[in-house]
Ligand binder design. Sequence first.
Ligand code: URA
Length: 284
Amino acid sequence: MKLKSAERPESEEGLQYHLRVKPGDVSKYVLLPGDPERVKRIASFWDDAWHVSSHREFTTYTGKYRGVLISSTSTGIGAPSTAIAIEELLRVGADTFIRVGTTGSLHKWIEVGDIIISTGAVRLEGTSKLYVMLEYPALASYEVVLALIEAAESIGVKYHVGLSASSDSFYVGQERPGFGGYIPPASRGLIEHLKRVNVLNFEMEASLIFTLSNLYGFRSGMVCATIANRDTGEIIPDAGVDEAIRVANEAVKIISEWDLVKERKNRKHVYPSLLKEWLVGGGK
Ligand code: URA
């Protein structure tokens, strides 16, 4: 692979250094799981799907879901590799991202298997700090949040909506004992504090995605399967994953329809009365 320069590590055709995708390879709507295997699982729900590339932790599929061109790219675990995925996907034409993750709930009432739709995230990771000061908010896009809620309602899954916390660390940064029981002072009492300030769950990528989303002007959201409950101690690695995938796929279909409505009506934003006809038409 011949690259343009150290500053612009892409080929003449726009093939990206890490993801090995080029313009035309991906949809504007991209689902972002962490796990490369989950990309295939997401694509198994589509009507048509083809493998685009696999390189390191980044696997990309593109396909059709209910008539909509859709892609999915794995980000790997954590904010640094997720930033690489976003940077390169933006360069090849993506503009709407939905993370499809797994998560640990902080509250007893958010049970293993439940779905969490995030409205924003506490920035407990380091990558977004390299882009912009910590006071900058990590907010999901309201259109994506709304579409995820619409999708969850139409599918009939049990879901919760609220704030997440994104940590660079699965173990000590989420107040799980490290090797030999080590917990750093900064993490002691973190779960109790986050519960107190109404944070729903721990995961590892959302705040980076949401920060870049506002900074660069693309849309983003997140739907997670609750596989662990930090209050009860329960953990089931696959709980709710298919439901989160179904909600994310359906949200893309909904957003694509809303995009058409906006285009037709020459509007920049979605608002309830704009969607009157869409609702009467049963989502058309
Ligand atoms: N992912 C996380 O980051 N934490 C959990 O507890 C479960 C999934």
